[in-house]
Design a protein around this ligand. Structure first.
Ligand code: ATP
Ligand code: MG
Length: 138
């Protein structure tokens, strides 16, 4: 069980001005923010990030959305970080997310659900390396 995970405040939440509130909730939940930056992904960049979903019917919409506006990418540290961050995010569909989760409070729809989190330690390492250089992680 690793101590690092990768998260994104997605374009819908950044656009709506929720970034500050989401970072506050991350702090209150006991995570350390090890790295963070704002960036505007190209469509190709989003396609690379979500490559595991490339055969899914929602892939084009998902990558178009993720490249539609700036997002905030983060490296989060906590014991059992992958599960802890997914617990704080809540279910993929905000309509099914538990009370007190970020997707319940800030997500608008299945496609525009405010935040991303890695689903395994292995993918966390891959996703961190996709967005952050070694220098940014020291
Ligand atoms: P994420 O990877 O963004 O943290 P997740 O792990 O909860 O979300 P995934 O199954 O990895 O969910 O799906 C990636 C993203 O694709 C979801 O966050 C959601 O925005 C979108 N998505 C998933 N399923 C659908 C669907 N049936 N229709 C539209 N969009 C979907
Ligand atoms: Mg996922």
């Amino acid at each position: 069980m690793g101590n690092l995970t990768f998260g994104i405040v997605k374009p819908d939440a950044v656009r709506a001005g929720h970034t500050g509130n989401i970072i506050q909730r991350i702090n209150e939940a006991g995570f350390k923010l090890r790295a963070m930056k704002t960036l505007h992904m190209s469509q190709r960049g989003a396609e690379g990030f979500y490559a595991v979903h490339r055969e899914r019917p929602f892939f084009a919409g998902l990558t178009e959305f993720m490249s539609s506006a700036p997002c905030v990418v983060m490296v989060l540290e906590k014991e059992g970080a992958v599960k802890a961050w997914r617990d704080l995010m809540g279910a993929t569909d905000p309509a099914k997310a538990d009370e007190g989760t970020l997707r319940k409070d800030f997500g608008g729809s299945l496609g525009e659900n405010a935040v991303h989190g890695s689903d395994s330690d292995e993918n966390a390492a891959i996703e961190i390396a996709y967005f952050f250089s070694q220098l940014e992680l020291v």
